[in-house]
Design a protein around this ligand. Structure first.
Ligand code: 13P
Length: 250
């Protein structure tokens, strides 16, 4: 049985006070979430400690949204994997399309980040996904294959077993229009097939999340697909009722 995960990527939203209030609302509503659905929240770095305190005794796990590609030292403005682990994070999101697009993150950088995440006991939530022009040109399978091969194929099986993948088509992020469940299932199955080429039967155990305008009205259909094991939620994760409703969609 693959682990079911609904993760909230808060991106650069909420003040600490707002984030703490949101986390408290989530904890208060946990009784409504099926016991086999694991929740993760990824607030901004400066919230990790205070949000971590709110969720400490709950089943909600803490994630960072990024980490540095260096262990420590003179890298002004960066946050190291060790620091993230030190405030109680279990996960770290790596390779989000916004980081690839706006901050020039490459596969080479992500290989370094991934290694540091593992050294510090963090589980990466590794994001892949194509841009609109790439899908329109029919290149989406090649793009996603390259993102997987370049960053994940160098991992040991033991490391790979601790990776969660999030497929997020860039054209479906933040605009309200999701990929159809057929489009999402097709590429999730493809991702599993590519993983199997390198990791064999382990591919069946890897949790693959869908992300991109996932909300209460479409989550049920997406999560019903055989290769979709949950969601990485942006906008809808900022409202406790919506996030919980998505988690209830299994
Ligand atoms: P939205 O749910 O706002 O489309 O964002 C998805 C996402 O990028 C999560 O990482």
């Amino acid at each position: 049985m693959r682990k079911k995960i609904v993760a909230g990527n808060w991106k650069m939203n909420t003040t600490v006070a707002e984030g703490v209030a949101l986390a408290k609302d989530l904890v208060a509503a946990l009784g409504q979430v099926p016991s086999d659905v694991n929740l993760v929240v990824a607030p901004p770095f400066v919230h990790l400690t205070s949000v971590g305190e709110v969720i400490a005794d709950s089943k909600i796990a803490l994630s960072a949204q990024n980490c540095a590609n260096k262990a420590k030292g003179a890298y002004t403005g960066e946050v190291a994997a060790a620091m993230i682990a030190g405030v109680g994070c279990e996960y770290v999101i790596l390779g989000h399309s916004e980081r690839r697009q706006y901050y020039g993150e490459t596969s080479a950088t992500l290989v370094e980040k991934m290694a540091l995440a593992f050294e510090n006991g963090l589980k990466p939530i590794y994001c892949v996904g194509e841009m609109l022009a790439e899908r329109e040109a029919g290149n989406h399978f090649a793009v996603v294959r390259a993102q997987i091969e370049e960053v994940l194929f160098g991992l040991t099986a033991e490391q790979m077993a601790n990776v969660v993948i999030a497929y997020e088509p860039v054209w479906a992020i933040g605009i309200g229009v999701t990929a159809t469940s057929e489009q999402a299932q097709e590429i999730h199955a493809f991702i599993r097939k590519v993983l199997a080429e390198k990791f064999g039967a382990l591919a069946e155990e890897i949790t693959i999340l869908y992300g991109g305008s996932c909300k209460p009205s479409n989550a049920k259909e997406l999560f019903a697909c055989p290769d979709i094991d949950g969601g990485l939620i942006g906008g809808a994760a900022l409202k406790a009722a919506d996030f919980i409703a998505i988690a209830q969609s299994y």
